[in-house]
Design a protein around this ligand. Structure first.
Ligand SMILES: NC(=O)C1=CN([C@@H]2O[C@H](COP(=O)(O)OP(=O)(O)OC[C@H]3O[C@@H](n4cnc5c(N)ncnc54)[C@H](O)[C@@H]3O)[C@@H](O)[C@H]2O)C=CC1
Ligand SMILES: O=C(CO)COP(=O)(O)O
Length: 341
């Protein structure tokens, strides 16, 4: 059945998910902040700043006015950077006249509160009764390739099983295969923390290291993601799935990844400020490194790779020095160290 879906966040990922929904026959209202960007979408059916070379289906309409976009809506897809999540949820609630399902596709953990994205949304929704369910969509899925309809697989997870099934129905098609997973915590943690590991893989490439180092960082990175995730209530198996290993592979090995590219520039000697200025798009892993570092300290979880990146990003440690310290730690048993045994 055709649905009215508001996709809030007209960057790369919101735009690509809008294309998937439009391909499935839904009416898509893509909400952006910049008037001229939405005019370009409505007039020329392009979004050159975020997905150059892509012709958008004409059934996608651009909006800047949230109230207009949310009229008679059947579902909301929220795809803003995680740091904008609270403000965005606050601003959309007054426009809803009935409870609607919300699916988010953002990857991050909030520093200081250490909340996952669904927890931030849930806290802001509170007792308003305006959101009927919260689901996350996550997995190995670069926007650039989804927009080209290249075969892609993702996972949807929710505390409400029927909401996850509904999200699977909304998004699934021949090129975009959607699985369900009941482990909301594991899916959100895997998606957020792989960005830290992708940044580090980029740094090692920037330092001139090759595939051995990358494989080491990815493998031991997944071990520390799982270690923290299990402590937070995730199911260990989720980390070998699409939102864990799958997303780790795609982000650590692709030139599309903003986190990997930012890391490479850091490894080449650029400062964080220079990197962010040059990227012009969100690099979620920087904020998530802070949150994961704090979480690891509070819960006494060993996260050496995250700690090394934290020292480079926030304590001005040189990446060469951080590598020496990482390699020189005390001897360990590979398997026992997986879960702090
Ligand atoms: N690009 C990708 O391939 C994928 C991205 N994601 C996640 O999706 C989320 C969004 O990322 P992208 O679309 O790639 O980012 P982007 O950098 O391409 O676009 C971000 C969008 O959010 C808007 N925005 C920025 N600050 C805002 C604020 N304070 N309030 C409201 N809107 C704001 C920008 O105007 C822009 O339209 C991130 O959490 C990212 O990790 C997840 C899977 C794939
Ligand atoms: O999450 C992503 C792919 O699944 C995109 O990663 P980047 O934000 O590093 O580009």
């Amino acid at each position: 059945m055709k649905k009215n879906v508001a996709v809030i966040g007209a960057g790369s990922w919101g735009s690509a998910l809008g294309i998937v929904l439009a391909d499935n026959g839904h009416d898509v209202r893509l909400v952006g902040r910049r008037e001229e960007q939405m005019e370009e979408l409505n007039q020329y059916h392009t979004n050159k700043s975020y997905l150059p070379g892509i012709d958008f289906p004409t059934s996608i309409k651009g909006y800047t006015d949230l109230g207009e976009a949310l009229q008679d809506i059947d579902a909301i897809v929220l795809v803003v950077p995680s740091k904008a999540m609270r403000e965005t949820v606050k601003s959309l609630l007054p426009h809803l006249t009935q409870a609607v399902p919300l699916i988010h596709a953002s990857k991050g953990i909030e520093p200081t509160t250490h909340m996952r994205v669904s927890e931030v949304i849930s806290e802001e929704v509170g007792t308003t009764g305006r959101i009927s369910s919260i689901t996350v969509l996550s997995g190995p899925s670069h926007a650039e390739e989804v927009a080209l309809r290249q075969p892609t697989t993702v996972t949807v997870a929710s505390a409400d099983e029927s909401a996850a099934n509904e999200a699977q129905y909304l998004f699934m098609n021949q090129k975009f295969r959607v699985y369900t997973n009941p482990d909301l915590i594991g899916v959100e943690i895997g998606g957020a923390l792989k960005n830290i590991i992708a940044l580090v893989c980029g740094v090692t490439n920037g330092l001139g290291y090759g595939d051995n180092t990358k494989a080491a960082i990815m493998t031991r990175g997944l071990a520390e993601i799982a270690r923290l995730g299990v402590q937070m209530g995730a199911q260990p198996l989720t980390f070998s799935g699409l939102s864990g290993l799958g997303d780790l592979i795609v982000t650590c090995t692709s030139v599309h990844s903003r986190n990997w590219r930012a890391g490479r520039m850091l490894g080449e000697g650029k400062s964080m400020e220079e990197v962010l200025e040059q990227m012009g798009m969100v690099v979620e892993g920087i904020r998530t490194t802070q949150a994961a570092y704090e979480l690891a300290s509070v819960n006494d979880i060993d996260m050496p790779i995250t700690t090394a990146l934290y020292s480079v990003l926030f304590e001005q440690v040189n990446p060469h020095q951080a590598t020496i310290e990482l390699m020189g730690r005390v001897k360990k048993n590979e398997v026992e160290s997986l879960f702090n045994l």
